[in-house]
Write a protein of this length. Structure first.
Length: 108
């Protein structure tokens, strides 16, 4: 296999892996997420971060990466304003930090 094929195979295994999770007792739920994200998912987050809009980037991370136990998106675009204005920012920071720093143990 070529280096590019190896890189593709590694990434596919990251995306295909099981869901990771973070317990959120304040929300009485568990937020699930994949260990890896596509550039398409990360594009808006990267753009917001580069503009210095870190709060918006964290909310975008939740919109793009937070999943239910069955792998469906937990939040929709329509939830953005509520997440920005009516949800404890400390909880959002904790959840997004877990999403951004937790890596799968398999294949690493």
């Amino acid at each position: 296999m070529s280096v590019l094929q190896n890189a593709q195979a590694h990434y596919k295994s990251q995306l295909a892996g099981g869901l990771l999770s973070v317990e959120v007792p304040e929300w009485e739920t568990t937020v699930y997420f994949k260990a890896a994200a596509t550039f398409a998912q990360q594009a808006k987050i990267i753009e917001l971060t580069n503009k210095g809009d870190l709060v918006e980037a964290m909310v975008e991370t939740l919109l793009q990466r937070a999943l239910t136990e069955d792998g469906k998106k937990m939040f929709t675009f329509a939830d953005r304003a509520i997440l920005l204005n009516q949800v404890d920012p400390e909880v959002i920071v904790r959840v997004v930090t877990a999403i951004n720093t937790t890596k799968a143990e398999v294949g690493n």
